[in-house]
Design a protein around this ligand. Structure first.
Ligand code: NAP
Length: 307
């Protein structure tokens, strides 16, 4: 029987593990299929406090893991495939095996939705990004492409004009899902060029391990051409990793956990941390803070139950 199982090993899960381990709760961390979370897909992180020269995303998340392990946190590879949260103790099926636990911290994150092109996947962290706040700074004076027609795409395109010489906004339709205010702001920004009814067919240049351009196709005219760009930002939404808890943990229509205040979910003893609940900030530092909150709440919950 575990005191606490932490699901996810990104900034939120690993920070929860540091706090839970220091509270002597010997947490078990289930790494998940995307171990290290979204930070493991980035390169230099310059906005995590405490690193004046910046730190590589994968190093940052690995350091927090080492810190947690030094206090006794235990990590297991794989993912939670099934969960029974209606009775106590809670039961989690980790890969093939069921584990019982008194508390659960869900820090399973939200995965960026990608276009799914093999070249895109190969160039993640080498010009392809899903986070303008994280990576925009690297494209000072460069040509940047943003994909999407929602609020995120408008927000990222606007934000990226602070750095880029020009931002090309590519959207598959000529109607936009984005709210009027966000769309108008982007349309009013002279550095943003809109290319509606356009899709990305391929990214260049995998052989150089660097984004140099994208092959585009206009769906109305059929024109296919190569557009040179240095940065490629995909802003077509995120998918919170909550499918396994469906019908048990309360979520909104998109699958994000609905917080009951602090780190509490609708199930006493089950807590949330990080992007699995946060559709607004989505930063490494806010996820780390949320992990800390969840661990403190789990500790108090266990204490109140006499463990
Ligand atoms: P979203 O509203 O779901 O928009 C996703 C966009 O990506 C849509 O335009 C969609 O095109 C496009 N898309 C999806 N799959 C695609 C694919 N395979 N290929 C090409 N394009 C694809 O997602 P979001 O913009 O991340 O916003 C999520 C939520 O957060 C929304 O409720 C939004 O209002 C909110 N948000 C608010 C703010 C703000 O107010 N400051 C900022 C960011 C996000 P189609 O339109 O053709 O489906």
């Amino acid at each position: 029987m575990r005191n606490v199982v932490i699901i996810g090993s990104g900034c939120a899960g690993n920070t929860a593990a540091v706090y839970a381990a220091r509270a002597n709760l010997k947490p078990l961390v289930v790494s998940g299929h995307e171990a290290g979370g979204q930070l493991s897909l980035t390169t230099l992180v310059e906005n995590f406090p405490g690193f004046p020269e910046g730190i590589n995303g994968p190093d940052l998340v690995e350091n927090i893991k080492k810190q947690a392990e030094s206090f006794g946190a235990e990590y297991v590879h794989g993912a939670v495939l099934d969960a029974e949260l209606s009775a106590r103790p809670f039961r989690l099926k980790i890969e093939g095996e069921w584990t019982e636990t008194r508390t659960v911290i869900v820090a399973s994150g939200a995965s960026a939705r990608w276009l799914g092109l093999p070249s895109e996947q190969r160039l993640i962290g080498h010009g392809v990004s899903s986070c303008a706040t994280c990576d925009g700074f690297f494209y000072r004076g460069k040509r940047i492409m943003v994909i999407g027609g929602g609020d995120s795409a408008m927000e990222e395109a606007n934000f990226l004009t602070r750095f880029g010489q020009e931002v090309l906004l590519i959207h598959r339709r000529d109607e936009f899902r984005a709210s009027k205010i966000m769309l108008d702001r982007a349309r009013g920004n002279s550095k943003i060029q809109f290319l509606p009814s356009t899709v990305v067919e391929e990214l260049h240049d995998v052989s150089k391990n660097l984004v140099t351009g994208a092959r585009l196709r206009n769906l109305k005219t059929g024109r296919v051409w190569d557009e040179p760009v240095d940065g490629f930002f995909v802003a077509i939404g995120h998918i919170p990793n909550t499918a396994v808890f469906k019908g048990q943990i309360q979520t909104d229509a998109d699958g994000y956990i609905i917080s009951q205040g602090g780190a509490r979910t609708n199930i006493p003893g089950v807590f949330h941390a990080g992007d699995v609940q946060d559709r607004v900030y989505r930063q490494a530092i806010t996820a780390a803070g949320a992990g800390c909150m969840a661990a403190i709440e789990a500790e108090r919950y266990l204490e109140a139950e006499g463990h």
